[in-house]
Design a protein around this ligand. Structure first.
Ligand code: HEM
Length: 424
């Protein structure tokens, strides 16, 4: 069992804000107790096993028969959050609106049936059909950034709005409705960490949070049923049209929209900001990639490993099994910690170094197995096009202040990145 201090380091949102300290804790746990039980110091959540080795994270992620995503794919870190998660889980059995009829909280046979509906759409071949539109958006975003110079915060101007806009476009949400959709997704994830406070939910009871969250889900569902009706009448080639014409229930359709909308922006935003941070700290690397654009994909891939925006997902074991020295019992809950796995020195030389020339950068930031990120090719495409556009417009860049990290155990990354730069 991990010490109280280590347990807090893993589940306290504040602890990820001090990144090096969090990595130190993972290094120590990986060395001494690579599979360790985390007990909630205040009984706020059920105990789980923390995995810090890359090879264990890979094995569990790929074994979808013995390690299930449902019913609780992520751990909540506040009392309200955990109680809210329990209520959502209870509501799963009936027709109450719930968050969890989404890909990431489903297992076979329903998971592959739903995933198949959009799998091809998200493959590189199809993404070529949206490349010109994404490139145009990247150019506009880069222009706006340069116009705000010579000093500007990269996160609110570039890293946050750009991926949000792309994901809303592919879901068919018109620009004027984007703020409403963003607000609803924040409310739906109201039980989570920093967002809890942002949505003003921190002081409410679990019942009140449950009402707000399920209300947001119902609004979302109604909105997308309207949009689906429009797409059935006037089909296009977007994801919205695919889902509109799929033979699935309104709840499954809403769950699908929700997971794509929610998974598609904060994640890409965090690794985009991480890539820019690495370039701002290393003028030599910036000069190299500016002179040779074939290095951009390496920068993108390393930024995704180095930042590991999705910090964990949970699994539930279906039968007794051995991981390292530990026997996991059927029904036990496990945390795949992607941050720890992506900083495992057994897999990555000098893991804390940002090294865009890493050979075979087989990181696990996108997960692995049946639930591996559906949007991974889109995330890479978005980032590549954005950095090409930025490198066309900027000659040099450096930090203009200390960046601030998100306080979250789930999706992390930078919330501010003050930069000073010179335009070409
Ligand atoms: C699943 C990370 C971008 C949509 C996942 C999972 C991870 C992840 C770790 C696996 C969950 C599991 O194994 O249980 C990331 C990172 C991103 C990113 C690091 C950016 C750098 C995107 C984008 C989209 C997206 C751009 C869509 C527009 C999804 C969906 C799933 C998922 C729908 C659920 C897949 C399933 O359960 O079958 N992502 N993601 N993600 N991601 Fe991403």
């Amino acid at each position: 069992v991990a010490s109280r201090e280590d347990a807090l380091a893993v589940i306290d949102p504040n602890s990820y804000a001090d990144w090096d300290k969090a990595l130190d804790t993972f290094d120590r746990l990986r060395r001494d107790t690579p599979v360790v039980r985390i007990d909630s110091p205040d009984g706020e959540f059920d105990s789980f096993w923390l995995l810090t080795r890359y090879e264990d994270a890979m094995r569990v992620s790929k074994d979808n028969a013995h390690f299930l995503n449902a019913p609780r794919p992520s751990v909540f870190t506040s009392k309200q959050g955990e109680e809210f998660a329990r209520q959502i889980t209870r509501a799963q059995g009936d027709e109450s609106p719930n968050l969890v009829s989404s890909l990431v909280a489903l297992d076979a046979p329903k998971h592959p049936q739903l995933r198949r509906l959009t799998q091809e759409w998200f493959m590189p071949k199809n993404l070529r059909t949206i490349e010109a539109a994404v490139r145009e958006l990247a150019a506009k975003t880069a222009d706006r950034f340069v116009a705000a110079g010579p000093e500007a915060d990269f996160v609110p101007l570039v890293a946050a709005p750009y991926p949000l806009h792309v994901v809303m476009q592919i879901l068919g949400v018109p620009e004027e409705d984007e703020p409403r959709m963003l607000f609803l997704t924040q409310q739906m994830f109201g039980g989570q960490d920093e967002e809890l406070n942002k949505s003003g939910l921190a002081n409410l009871s679990p019942e009140q949070i449950f009402q707000i969250v399920t209300g947001a889900v119902a609004d979302f569902e109604a909105y997308f049923e309207g949009l689906a009706a429009q797409r059935r009448e006037h089909p296009t080639t977007d994801v919205a049209t695919l889902l509109a014409n799929a033979d699935i229930s309104a709840r499954d359709r809403a769950g699908y929209y929700i997971i794509v909308a929610a998974a598609g922006h904060d994640t890409t935003s965090a690794s985009t900001a991480g890539a820019m941070l690495a370039l701002a700290r290393d003028p030599e690397q910036f000069a190299k990639v500016k002179a040779d654009r074939s290095l951009v994909p390496g920068i993108v891939e390393e930024a995704i490993r180095w930042t590991t925006p999705v910090q964990h997902f949970m699994r539930t074991a279906t039968e007794d099994t051995q991981i390292g020295d530990v026997t996991i019992k059927a029904g036990d809950w496990l945390m795949i910690n992607y941050v720890a796995a992506n900083h495992d020195p057994a897999q990555f030389d000098n893991p804390r170094k940002f090294d865009a020339t890493r050979e075979a950068n087989r990181h696990i930031a996108f997960g692995a197995g049946a639930h591996q990120c559906l949007g991974l090719h889109l995330a890479r495409l978005e980032m590549r096009l954005l950095f090409e556009a930025l490198l066309d417009r900027i000659d040099s860049v450096e930090l203009a202040g200390e960046p601030r990290r998100a306080k979250s155990t789930f999706v992390g990354g930078l919330k501010t990145l003050p930069l000073r730069f010179s335009a070409c």
